[in-house]
Design a protein around this ligand. Sequence first.
Ligand code: ZN
Length: 71
Amino acid sequence: MLDPKLLEILACPACRQPVTPDEAHAWLYCRKCAVRYRVEDGIPIMLVEEAEKWDPAREQAGPGTQDREQG
Ligand SMILES: [Zn+2]
């Protein structure tokens, strides 16, 4: 599991928005960019070139859906 304090400071390198981990903390998702970043041995790989495409629309119950953000 990732350190909650680490999660607080982690941000997507492309858009600087916070990223959301999945339950297993194997991936960190950026909904804005529709990409996910891999976590390797507890170390998040926050590199744009390592990001994997991910379609938020196809995973409607995905991570971060409880967030209530305005705008
Ligand atoms: Zn992003």
